[in-house]
Design a protein around this ligand. Sequence first.
Ligand SMILES: O=P(O)(O)OC[C@H]1O[C@@H](O)[C@H](O)[C@@H](O)[C@@H]1O
Length: 226
Amino acid sequence: MPDAPFAALFDMDGVIVDNTDFHINAWLQFAQHKGIPLTRDQYIDHINGRVSADAMAYVFQRPIEPGELIVLTEEKEAIYRELYRPHLQPAPGLITLLEALKARNVPTAVGTSAPMSNVHFTLDGLLLRPYFDTVVDASLVKHGKPHPEIYLKAAEKVGVEPARCVVFEDAFAGIQAGLRAGMAVIAVATTLTRNELAGSGASLIVDDFIGLTVDAIREVVNKTVH
Ligand SMILES: O=P(O)(O)OC[C@H]1O[C@@H](O)[C@H](O)[C@@H](O)[C@@H]1O
């Protein structure tokens, strides 16, 4: 019997690249320029993995109208890109895994809360675009993570039912989004520790992609009870 098909959906920040410290420093610098106090813990609880509209509304404690949101987002992301650019590199083992997925014809997608400018910076900066069949970024959804829309849209675009998708995530908001989409979740312990991720609902926790095989991922999808 042929292997049942599945799709692999990758979060970007904290998963494709291990860049959370750079996002944290960028947010802290940005908030400081605006005279707003912000801590690392507040970042983890309210900003990590969320779309800019939600993150900015939290930082400024008010809804941000669309024009202002574009300006503020690019202000923050320009700081982030300057900080991270000299360190830009794919997560350990990622390219080997992406090549293995491609060789086995497993559909792949990126599902990220990031704006298109950061998707370009990361995926094109690292020449990763050809490894993914589709990308869903913040501009394509109404609701950011933890709402499941980003991952549901990614599943639809690759043509695989949610129950046959696995999501790679590092953030609580993203793990929730994957679970609420009815998908299996593999947590990557970059931003949070294995202990912090233990009760998150993820089926498997990995440190990075080294040694992770297509068959092991398929097993996670097969075994996840929805
Ligand atoms: O790629 P992800 O994890 O969905 O999230 C992207 C967002 O992740 C947040 O942690 C960053 O602070 C944002 O600036 C970024 O846009």
